[in-house]
Design a binder for this molecule. Structure first.
Ligand SMILES: *Cc1c(COP(=O)(O)O)cnc(C)c1O
Length: 389
């Protein structure tokens, strides 16, 4: 299957062959346990928590094919993918070097849970490669980055991250949720392990919570071993839904790329919008190492609204005036969602720290769905016009 294009793999890769009773879709094996002959060892026991049921295995094969990884496993959530991956590969006394400005759940894991287990977290800003080298210590075991930052949609030089990790003998882990396999190929860039919140683009239908870990076979095997103990396996029905969602991944993400670019251009042309954050808006300005790594930049963009008095207040009024876009966290589903990060994902930070990260109070994050770009632009245009700066 590896010689086929992503579109073909999305449809065909991983399915059970020969198919059961001719079924095109993988039937749901809604069972906790499987009959066992009594001979053989523990590894031959089939039990759904061990991620070795037919739905889990078929999904793992499809995820591996889509990311170009040697092996992959689905998990109960994106956070289960991240926690299990780190706990499988880092032990007490070792350190993890994280990109600063992480996804909230990962930030809490790094700053609260890992230190309690004797694992230290260091941070370096994504846009300053020199600081990465300074932040590496002799016992830095993993370098962990996010493909596209939230909510400012910043992209870093991933080649430089891989080079540094190889020099210092650290493993590389990338959270590629915001890029999806359509826009970024971390395995081809040399990353060791790739994690996803499959809740977002991979499933793409806003109807389940799941995660994925993909990577080199021996590293992935260690993750599955730890997953068996921590228990974050994905249930067969959710596996079925995720496998179905994956079949349309390339179609959906391409539409989301186009919608985000069209909206970014629309906002950039409005005098009542102070700033637009979307790397695709001016691709020529990106360093070549970054531009070459990304086929597209995904469906998320953010904008700072202009206001003579109170940009945050104007942002709230604009969000309330939208008819198509829904005020909700998350991304990657069919529906366009909007949030104001200062009151949602980054509400926990002191205002000064938030501003230091570049997150203005009037910043609005838009996670494009797969609707028509013209309809989305019309919705934002009427909301801005009704609430002038
Ligand atoms: C949503 C998200 C997560 C967490 O995923 P869940 O499926 O909600 O557990 C991790 N990383 C990123 C970048 C995310 O957007």
């Amino acid at each position: 299957m590896t010689r086929h294009a992503l579109e073909t793999l999305a449809v065909h890769a991983g399915r059970i062959q020969p198919s059961i009773a001719g079924a095109l879709a993988t039937p749901i094996f809604q069972t906790s346990t499987f009959g066992h002959s009594g001979d053989g060892d523990y590894d031959e026991v089939r039990y759904t928590r061990l991620s070795n049921g037919p739905n889990q295995l078929a999904l793992g094969r499809k995820l591996a094919a889509l990311t170009g990884a040697e092996a992959a496993v689905a998990t109960a959530s994106g956070m289960a993918a991240i926690t299990t991956t780190l706990l499988a590969h880092v032990k007490a006394g070792e350190r993890v070097l994280f990109q600063s400005g992480l996804y909230g759940g990962t930030h809490m894991l790094a700053t609260e849970d890992l230190p309690r287990m004797g694992i230290a977290a260091d941070f370096a800003p994504g846009d300053d490669p020199a600081r990465w080298r300074e932040a590496v210590r002799p016992n830095t075991k993993v370098i962990y980055v996010e493909a596209i930052s939230n909510p400012l949609v910043k992209v870093l030089d991933l080649h430089a991250v891989v080079r540094l990790a190889r020099e210092v003998g650290a493993l590389t882990v990338i959270d590629a949720t915001f890029a999806s396999p359509v826009n970024l190929r971390p395995m081809e860039l040399g990353f060791d392990l790739e994690v996803h919140s499959a809740t977002k683009y991979l499933n793409g239908h806003s109807d389940l919570i799941a995660g994925a870990v993909c990577g080199r076979a021996p590293l992935l095997q260690a993750v599955v071993h730890t997953l068996n103990h921590l228990g974050g396996s994905l249930d067969p029905h959710a596996c079925f839904l995720l496998e179905r969602g994956l079949k349309t991944l390339p179609l959906r993400v391409r539409q989301q790329n186009q919608n985000a670019l069209a909206l970014a251009r629309f906002f950039a042309a409005r005098p009542d919008v102070a700033a637009v954050h979307y790397p695709g808006l001016d691709r020529a300005k990106l360093p070549a190492a970054i531009a070459d790594a990304f086929a597209g930049f995904g469906g998320v963009l953010s904008v700072e609204l202009a206001s003579a008095s109170d940009a945050a207040e104007r942002a709230d009024r604009v969000l309330r005036s939208l008819a198509l876009a829904t005020h909700a966290p998350s991304l990657g589903g069919p529906e366009t969602l909007v949030t104001r990060p200062a009151t949602t994902s980054h509400a926990g930070l002191p205002p000064a720290e938030r501003r230091a990260l570049g997150i203005a109070d009037g910043l609005v994050r838009i996670a494009c769905g797969i609707e028509d770009a013209g309809d989305l632009i019309a919705d934002f245009a009427q909301a801005l016009d009704r609430n002038p700066g």
